[in-house]
Design a protein around this ligand. Structure first.
Ligand code: GDD
Ligand code: MN
Length: 376
């Protein structure tokens, strides 16, 4: 009896050591990977006092159950089970905010990130780095390993643009594998966007001072279990975030995406107009009406895929959403034409009146469709 009591208290004392490093792992349908990740973290982290916080968005495969089961016998493992919310950045931010550890890391659950560089990353933090990024070896090697060629291309483009416009000299600002002192995030929480997936770029771009950054390369592994939740469209979202940051955060990412989609809609409109008049011999008014209807459908589908990818409408909701979108765009057109005509009467400048009408229409369509078509 007596011999077990001290052991017990020793164990308690060990368990009560506060973690110095907290690893935040966003998960969505990663049931098959979380157990293996915890096992690997345990092997990799040696005598660092660590904890891992899984942030699961109510995965259909019930990843949260598996995590909680592991957590029930390992106090270094925690689970934040989020209901009614979806999004990689939001999940990472929430995980970081829930941590009291002085150093936080973010990494994927799918074992594509190499956990064995974590001690090196932590050492860099202890040596005074403000940010340590696990960077994927770039070029052919990266694409043959974990990314599709089109994603690799998008990634390179986005990285190049970020370097040029945001003056980031980071080789992989799209990385989802990084570590930093928690105070670095605490200082900018109100500036971070919980939408989308570009958490690292957002942190760098939201920090007013230059972060002392260290990069540690690793081999981006192939995903074994489960499937990727990100696709080539993430590049478009990334460009949106870039523009939003360039406007000093004044223009929300979604609005910019909406505008980009709208611009492609104009191209579709003009192309349809050509086909309708030349191939189908429609009169101009009928062709213009057809082109308008086609362009609105195009805009709806693209916005549904891209701008509102996190609230994507499917099945019957898709049809219902399309109907509300047609209604919104019709009203937007009235607002546009009405305002432009009124302005033109007062100030007969075509470009000024036309542009003002178009901007008003776009803002109206954006505001009304986000409230009606893609409401939360
Ligand atoms: N909580 C939560 N909510 N987690 C999510 C969500 C979400 O909506 N979407 C994805 N995740 C989790 C996944 O479960 C995984 O652990 C991690 O976020 C990365 O998602 P993947 O689906 O594996 O992304 P990837 O491998 O295609 O993307 C790679 O490239 C991105 C940039 O191009 C990764 O390296 C990402 O970290 C990187 O940002
Ligand atoms: Mn992955």
């Amino acid at each position: 009896m007596h011999s077990t009591a001290p052991q017990h208290s020793v164990k308690l004392a060990q368990n009560s050591i506060a973690p110095e490093l907290s690893i935040i792992v966003p998960t969505y349908n990663e049931k098959a990977n979380v157990g293996e990740l915890v096992r690997r973290l345990n092997l990799a982290l040696g005598d660092i006092a660590w904890e891992v916080i899984f942030v699961d968005d109510n995965s259909p495969d019930r990843t949260y159950e598996t995590v909680k089961q592991i957590a029930s016998s390992d106090s270094r493992v925690r689970c934040i089970h989020r209901i009614g919310r979806r999004g990689l950045s939001g999940a990472c931010i929430e995980g970081i905010l829930s941590s009291a550890a002085p150093t936080v890391a973010v990494m994927d659950a799918d074992l594509q990130h190499d956990e064995s560089i974590l001690p090196k990353m932590y050492e860099a933090i202890r040596n005074g780095a403000d940010l340590v990024i696990g960077t994927r070896y770039s070029g052919e090697e990266a694409s043959s390993q974990g990314l599709s060629p089109i994603r690799q291309w998008g990634s390179n483009l986005a990285t190049g643009l970020a370097r040029k416009f945001l003056h980031l000299d980071v080789s992989d600002p799209m990385s989802g594998f990084f570590m930093l002192p928690r105070t670095r995030v605490d200082a900018i929480t109100s500036k971070l966007s919980d939408e989308g997936f570009k958490i690292l770029l957002d942190i760098i771009a939201s920090t007013p001072t230059r972060l002392k950054t260290v990069e540690i390369p690793y081999h981006f592994r192939q995903r074994v279990a489960g499937e990727s939740k990100l696709d080539s469209l993430v590049t478009a979202e990334y460009l949106g975030l870039l523009c939003s940051k360039l406007s000093g955060g004044f223009l929300p990412i979604r609005f910019l995406m909406f505008l980009i989609v709208g611009a492609t809609g104009i191209a579709v409109h003009l192309a349809t107009l050509q086909v309708a008049t030349h191939a189908f011999g429609l009169s101009f008014p009928s062709a213009q009406l057809t082109a308008t209807l086609v362009a609105i459908a195009w805009n709806f589908i693209l916005n549904n895929q891209l701008t509102y990818r996190d609230r994507r409408l499917k099945g019957i909701k898709f049809l219902f959403g399309m109907a509300t979108f047609y209604a919104v765009c019709s009203l937007g057109t009235f607002a546009n034409v009405g305002a432009a005509s009124w302005l033109f009467e007062h100030e007969p400048n075509q470009i000024f009146a036309g542009l003002a009408g178009a901007i008003l229409g776009a803002v109206f369509n954006y505001a009304a469709s986000s409230a009606l078509t893609w409401h939360k």
